[in-house]
Design a protein around this ligand. Structure first.
Ligand code: GDP
Ligand code: IMO
Ligand code: MG
Length: 426
């Protein structure tokens, strides 16, 4: 049995796409099990760069089975456009399997996402406005529409006409025009027919693959600090990006999950609103933002930047069962005089080493830092731990010490080849 869960251990955009693609060179199956096209996973190899949204990062290898599992919310229109975009770039030979139980995102979800954000004013979440929250809300409210309904015109007609009555009332409440049943039905019925050939019971497929010894990689989206249960609520997404969510969201036995690789930038970023204790501004933030090209893959928003936060990482390790880390964008830190890592927060005069639950405490949290000497050398061509400058080695050791987790890999550039493996975990 060989499975590995790749999870974002911060606030998303840690480099999950890059590492999934790298590890996929050695995988038979790649699975997305939560979120939707709020994700933006960048993959670079052979001089080409791709930004995937809802399609799993194994799509580039014809032998890999790519699974979009039941826990996802899939926007059929966007997903088909994404596939067309890949095909236009020569990615034509792929295997894709979509769960019949995944929920779909419809135009009213996107409209409501935008309208709720506007209503919230300065309390807005800063969502990607892809309708993800409203789609998960409908799922919980038992008025969601699933892939199995979408691909059957009769079932889709009933489901959409029932749900649209409620959604049009909601749209009216937020000052939007009601949507026309026929135009959504006709457009999405077509998408359903185009998607149909990919649809199956992906839980059954995954069980049989795992039982026969296939190597299965679970590609998390978002990050633990954006988890609906464990993140900085309410500034979170609407699904759980933790490893614990994988069995539920992929329909597999929990005992199939052993190893969890937390993807972690050598610093921290966050896009959207919400608490971020180690956030920095000014020249240093700009230096990191420009070197790391820290602008959103999906929304192009500049990402907020900060020091590495070992309090948040330790918390992510605990709630998501992370047993290895992959330290990403390490090259970005070259040229800095000193490097800092937050090891505790001071909140109202108390030293705190666990993540507080309330926004009030998080907003009052003053990070306490260990300061390490920086390194000047360009490390983008480094091929082993030994080739790293001494101060860079020291930084990795400190990360391991403060997070109680082994660094199994590190990354020194966006390309697939700029990845250094220290421990074999997959
Ligand atoms: P994901 O959502 O976790 O897959 O991450 P994103 O793709 O949204 O953001 C990560 C960004 O960092 C992308 O632009 C990657 O190409 C880039 N990247 C990944 N690893 C490295 C690295 O080690 N160094 C540099 N400079 N860029 C990297
Ligand atoms: P990947 O997989 C970074 C953030 C949004 C917002 C909050 C809620 O690329 O790491 P949503 O649209 O999900 O309702 O937005 O979550 N967010 C992400 N931030 N990376 C992501 O995905 C994200 N997906 C959602 O910016 O703050
Ligand atoms: Mg991203």
């Amino acid at each position: 049995m060989s499975t590995l869960v790749v999870v974002g251990s911060q606030w998303g955009d840690e480099g999950k796409g890059k590492i999934t693609d790298y590890l996929a060179q050695n995988a038979d199956v790649v699975v997305r099990s939560q979120g939707g096209n709020n994700a933006g996973h960048t993959i670079s190899f052979g001089g080409e760069k791709f930004a995937l949204r809802s399609i799993p990062s194994g799509i580039f290898s014809p032998h890999i089975k790519n699974v979009m599992a039941n826990g996802m919310v899939i926007d059929p229109k966007q997903m088909l456009e994404e596939l067309e975009g890949l095909e236009a770039r020569g990615i034509k030979d792929y295997q894709l399997f979509i769960s019949n139980r995944a929920h779909i995102v419809l135009p009213y979800h996107r409209l409501l996402d935008g309208a709720f954000e506007q209503f919230k004013g300065d309390k807005k979440i800063g969502t990607t406005k892809r309708g993800i929250g409203p789609a998960y809300a409908d799922k919980a409210n038992r008025i969601g529409i699933r892939i199995a309904d979408l691909i059957d015109p009769e079932l889709f007609k009933i489901a959409l006409s029932d749900t649209l009555k409620i959604k049009n009332m909601e749209l009216k409440m937020v000052g939007e025009e009601p949507l026309d049943f026929n135009s959504i039905y006709n457009e999405y019925k077509e998408y359903g027919q185009r998607i149909k050939k990919y649809v199956c019971d992906t839980s059954e497929l995954l069980e049989s693959e795992i039982e026969k010894g296939s190597k299965v990689l679970f590609e998390g989206a978002q990050g633990v600090m954006l988890c609906i249960d464990h993140g900085t609520y309410p500034y979170v997404t609407s699904s759980s990006p933790t490893a614990a969510s994988v069995p539920l969201n992929a329909g597999i036995a929990p005992r199939y999950i052993n190893n969890v690789l937390g993807i972690c930038k050598a610093y921290t970023t966050r896009v959207g609103e919400g608490p971020f204790p180690t956030e920095i501004e000014g020249d240093l933030a700009n230096y990191i933002r420009e070197r790391g090209h820290e602008y959103g893959t999906v929304t192009k928003r500049p990402r907020r930047v900060g020091y590495l936060d070992a309090v948040a990482l330790n918390y992510a390790r605990r709630v998501s069962g992370i047993n290895y880390l992959s330290l990403m964008l390490f090259d970005v830190l070259s040229g800095l005089e000193e490097l800092k890592i937050c090891y505790a927060y001071e909140i109202d005069g108390k030293v705190v080493k666990t993540m507080p639950a309330t926004l009030k405490e998080l907003e009052n949290a003053k990070p306490m830092y260990v300061t390490l000497p920086g390194f000047k050398e360009d490390i983008t061509n480094v091929k082993s731990f030994d080739e790293l400058p001494e101060n860079a080695k020291l930084y990795i050791k400190k990360v391991e010490e403060l997070t109680n987790t082994k660094v199994a890999m590190f990354s020194v550039g966006p390309d697939r080849l700029q990845t250094i493996k220290l421990i074999e975990i997959f």
